[in-house]
Every structure is written in structure tokens, then in C-alpha cells.
Design a protein around this ligand. Structure first.
Ligand code: HEC
Length: 398
């Protein structure tokens, strides 16, 4: 019953998280589009920085951007902040429901370190906090004006964090924490910098003062950082569906490459928005993706010379899988078989050959946490047996 309630909590909060995330990132993409497409030259009143006509949903829209605050601040000024705040709140709740509540299952990997569930949660939350403190400090240092160096340093720090986390917790949890860190930086930028500086700007306008232009510049800089982080963070949030990424032996390197590709594609869009044509960023990103397809390619199972016996496979299931994947799991972590997958007889194992291969042969996600220490040799033996025994219709691809 408890697992059932957690599942529905997971579903509800995830649903909210996606909705608020779309609202937030969508609005942010829309304002980037506005900035890039404002008419800044023709028929503009003096006080305007630009204007724009658009048609959408069967109506014509006309928008104006002011150079400075208007003389009187309108009574209904729309702010964009709740989307970001609720994305973070729902995201953190989800992290707690999925990963922290089941820390033993999802956070730990006894084959990389022996930290406790409590320590792994502390590490996760601590990483979020420390990352913001470090990033904020860097943003306040002179380094921030050296854009390329700043970007390089940021990338190196994120990759170092990804590496460090994969040495302490499960790769899947490491991925999601890198995503949570990036998301946290983005929301904290909104909460601690962008919104406060906008409030100061509004107050200055109300008091008839001109506000310090550096406030706007600081907010803009954080906003640009957020812009570049959007594509990487979106990939990381769906990464747990892709075992070939976090299940790879060098999962942190795969993550680093995907972050680079995301940033490059975002940069291409930003350049395009400014009317600058770039001919190599997209092809290079595509080549990067193709290289990743190759680098994460499944291990070869060609040598079918001595396929092990059915009995040996069932023994393997007993040692490595049935503590969880059984009608009555012996593992204290599960009351029923996870994903309703039971691996107690040959037909079930054969029926699920494909997903077993994905989770236990081509990646090392299963057995979860690998506390039974399944070896690489055993995985290859299992893979060869699955190849030899799965339905003929699947054989073509082997
Ligand atoms: C400690 C418990 C545990 C052990 C041991 C374990 N699993 Fe799992 N398994 C899980 C959990 C939990 C999930 C669900 C993961 C998720 O939510 O994505 C799962 C999911 C799976 C899936 C994906 C099912 C689906 O429908 O997506 C496969 C396949 C799988 N396990 C195979 C195996 C095999 C093969 C072994 C033994 C080599 C094994 N598992 C050992 C806990 C375990």
C-alpha cells in the first residue's frame, strides 16, 4: 500500500514538475525570442527600445519594449517567477520522493562506495548548497567578465562534480544530482539576483529615481547563464530513461559530452537569433551524438562457443536477481517484485530477454546496487545465453 501511495505521489509531483518547468522554460525561450526579434529601428517613439507584431491563436499582438522604466509603473505589471519557484519546489520534492525516500535502492551503489543512505542524502543536499555558493561567488568575482574562461571553468567544475558523485553514489543518482544542481543554480539566479534587481528597478521608478544600470546588467548576465543551461538540464531530467548513458562504465564522461552538445546547440540558436549564421556548431553537435552512439555501443556477445546451461542461468537469477524479482522478494527493500518483473522460471527470463539484456548485460544497472557482486564475465555469459535463447524474431539484430 505504501509503495502504491508513493507511486501516486511520484506521478502527481512529476506531473506538476513538468507543467511548471514547461511554463518557466517556455516563457524564458519566448523572451529570448522577443529580444532577438524586436524591431529596433523603424517608427519607434523615443522611449522605446523596440516593438514587435505577432499573430498567434487567431489574434494579432503588438508589444513594446521600453528603454528604461516607464514614467508610472502600471498597476498590473506581470512578473515571471512562480514558474521557476514551483519548478524547483516540485523538483526537490520529487528528488526526495524518488531518490531520498528510497535512498538504499536509488542512491547507493555498494560497488563504488560504502557510504550509508543518510550520508548519500547529506551528500546530495550538500552538493546543491555548495554548488550555489561557489557559483555565486564566481559570478561576483572579476572572472565573470572573461566569458570564455568562465564558461570553461563552469564546465570543468560540473564535470568534476559528476565524476566525484559517480565515485560515491549510483550513476543514476549522480546524473539526477548534476541536473538538480544546474536547476538549483538557475532558480537561485531568479530568486536571489534577477527578481531582487527587478524589484529595486521598480522601486527606483516609483520614487522617480534612475536605477543603477549595473543591476540590470547583473540580472541579464545570470539570465544568459540560465539560457545556456536549459538544454543540458532538460536532457539530464529525462536521462533515467536511457541506461546506455548513466549505465556506461564512464557515465560521467558521457554526461560531460551531452552537456557540451546541449550548450553548443543552444549557442547556435542564440547566434541564429542575432542573425549570425554559424556553419559548424550543428554538424559538430550531430557528430558528437553519433560518436556517443558508437562509444556507448553494446558489448560484443559474438563468441557463442560455449553458451552456459539453462540451469546455470537460473542459478544466476537466484543469486543476483530473485532477492527482488520474485513473487515474494527476500530483500527487505521490496514487498513485491519491482516493475512486477519476476525472474523465477525459464519462460519469464526468456520472455524478458531484451530488457534483461539492456539492464544487466549492456549496462550494469541491474542487479540494483550490485550487492551480490555480479561480475562482467557473468554478464557476458548471461548475454550470450539470452541471445541463444530469445525468440527468433529478435535474433536478426544480434
Ligand atoms: C535489490 C533489488 C534488485 C535486484 C537484486 C535486481 N533488481 Fe532489477 N529492478 C529493481 C528495481 C527497483 C527496478 C525498477 C527500477 C526503476 O524504477 O527504474 C528494477 C527493474 C528491472 C528491470 C526493468 C523492468 C522494466 O519493466 O523496466 C529489469 C529488466 C531488471 N530489473 C532486471 C534485473 C535482473 C536481470 C537482475 C539480476 C541480474 C535484477 N534486476 C536484480 C530491483 C532489483
Amino acid at each position: 500500500m505504501e509503495a502504491h501511495i508513493i507511486e501516486w505521489l511520484n506521478l502527481s509531483v512529476r506531473w506538476i514538475h513538468i507543467i511548471t518547468g514547461i511554463a518557466w522554460i517556455g516563457a524564458s525561450f519566448y523572451f529570448v525570442f522577443l529580444e532577438n526579434n524586436l524591431n529596433r529601428t523603424e517608427n519607434l517613439r523615443d522611449e522605446l527600445a523596440g516593438n514587435l507584431w505577432a499573430i498567434h491563436g487567431g489574434g494579432f499582438y503588438y508589444l513594446e519594449k521600453y528603454k528604461h522604466a516607464p514614467k508610472t509603473i502600471p498597476a498590473h505589471l506581470h512578473w515571471f517567477k512562480w514558474e521557476a519557484y514551483f519548478t524547483w519546489l516540485s523538483g526537490f520534492t520529487l528528488l526526495a520522493i524518488v531518490y531520498y525516500y528510497n535512498a538504499k535502492i536509488y542512491m547507493l551503489n555498494p560497488s563504488v562506495s560504502s557510504i550509508s543512505a543518510g550520508q548519500s542524502i547529506g551528500l546530495g543536499i550538500g552538493t546543491l548548497l555548495v554548488s550555489w555558493l561557489v557559483y555565486d561567488l564566481l559570478c561576483k568575482s572579476a572572472l565573470v567578465n572573461k566569458k570564455k574562461l568562465f564558461a570553461l571553468l563552469g564546465f570543468v567544475l560540473i564535470v568534476a562534480m559528476a565524476y566525484g558523485l559517480t565515485q560515491l553514489i549510483s550513476a543514476r543518482a549522480a546524473y539526477i544530482h548534476v541536473g538538480a544542481v544546474i536547476g538549483t543554480l538557475m532558480v537561485a539566479n531568479v530568486f536571489f539576483v534577477i527578481i531582487p534587481s527587478q524589484k529595486t528597478m521598480v522601486n527606483a521608478a516609483i520614487n522617480g529615481e534612475t536605477s543603477d544600470p549595473s543591476l540590470g546588467e547583473k540580472a541579464l548576465m545570470r539570465s544568459i547563464h540560465n539560457n545556456y543551461l536549459t538544454l543540458p538540464v532538460l536532457f539530464i531530467m529525462i536521462s533515467n530513461h536511457f541506461p546506455s548513458t548513466f549505465g556506461h562504465a564512464n557515465s560521467w564522461l558521457v554526461l560531460a559530452a551531452l552537456i557540451l552538445i546541449g550548450v553548443a546547440v543552444r549557442h547556435w540558436f542564440n547566434l541564429k537569433g542575432k542573425g549570425i549564421k554559424n556553419h559548424w556548431l550543428l554538424p559538430l553537435s550531430l557528430m558528437g551524438m553519433v560518436a556517443l552512439v558508437y562509444l556507448t555501443k553494446p558489448v560484443s556477445l559474438d563468441d557463442n562457443a560455449g553458451v552456459i546451461s539453462d540451469a546455470a542461468v537460473m542459478k544466476m537469477m537466484e543469486i543476483h536477481c530473485q532477492s527482488c524479482h520474485a513473487q515474494q522478494p527476500s530483500s527487505e527493500l521490496f514487498a513485491t517484485a519491482p516493475k512486477d518483473l519476476m525472474l523465477e522460471d525459464l519462460p519469464s527470463v526468456i520472455k524478458h530477454a531484451d530488457i534483461i539484456k539492456a539492464q544487466a548485460v549492456q549496462s550494469q544497472i541491474m542487479p540494483l546496487g550490485n550487492s551480490s557482486q555480479m561480475t562482467p564475465e557473468e554478464r557476458i555469459q548471461l548475454g550470450q545465453w539470452l541471445n541463444a535463447n530469445s525468440e527468433p524474431m529478435f535474433k536478426g539484430e544480434q
